[in-house]
Design a protein. Structure first.
Length: 234
């Protein structure tokens, strides 16, 4: 569904190349590389539709030709830098996931509200709805962010370091949830992560930004030691 052909990744300079890669619905994909290698850059480029060269297509359509709202119906990014606001309740934040489907008034339809309620139930968020987004724990914030992404109902969900700052049981809970979402809702879920062992255990595909070659390569089976060598050169 998401295809890369001879792409360069980087804003001011090329950080690495993607010669050829095709990602499919139902896959839970990990993107791994050293700090500063360009994991977040790839995700930002996908959201913005900006690539220096090469071709990116989704379902056969050229990605850079899609309008902003069309891209918003195809892809969403869960950014772990969101810390919430005192004035923004969880219920209000979740409703923002339907923004790209509303008209100029920004009002949710009855159908929109059913979608929001569906994912509130799936992720068991009822007890958090009246809470300020600024008071959430790290684990709660991740669950709320994932719910908002699901509410947007895009076939592609990107998450930047979704297990950062979480304790061990919560990391495992989040990874299991993301794998379940990919498989059961037929979406492509991609995470940028440094939690190597969790990625090997839970993800169906590992993308590595290779330190020496500066090329992104895809692996469906790889050991911990092989991954560390390719990604970090050690």
């Amino acid at each position: 569904m998401l295809k890369f052909e001879n792409c360069s990744i980087g804003h001011d300079r090329t950080l690495y190349e993607i010669p050829e890669l095709e990602l499919r619905r139902g896959e839970f994909v990990a993107l791994i590389g050293a700090n500063g290698s360009g994991k977040s850059t790839l995700m930002d480029s996908l959201v913005q539709g900006k690539f220096p060269d090469g071709k990116v297509s989704i379902e056969g359509r050229n990605w850079i030709d899609l309008k902003l709202m069309e891209r918003a119906h195809q892809i969403t990014l869960v950014d772990n830098h969101f810390l919430g606001f005192d004035y923004l309740k969880v219920s209000e934040y979740l409703e923002l996931g339907r923004h790209s489907y509303t008209n100029f008034t920004g009002r949710l339809t009855a159908e929109d509200r059913l979608v929001v309620q569906k994912y509130i139930q799936i992720l068991h968020l009822d007890s958090l709805l009246g809470q300020s987004t600024s008071t959430l724990s790290d684990g709660e914030r991740q669950r709320v962010g994932i719910a908002k992404a699901l509410i947007q109902e895009t076939p592609i969900i990107l998450l930047d370091e979704p297990t950062a700052f979480l304790d061990y049981p919560t990391k495992r809970e989040v990874m299991s949830l993301l794998g379940q979402i990919a498989a059961e809702s037929n979406r492509m879920v991609m995470i940028a992560s440094h939690d190597i062992d969790f990625c090997i255990e839970y993800c169906s595909r590992i993308l590595i930004i290779e330190k020496d070659s500066k090329i992104l390569r895809s692996y469906q089976a790889i050991t911990h030691d092989e991954l560390v060598t390719k990604a970090f050169g050690i």
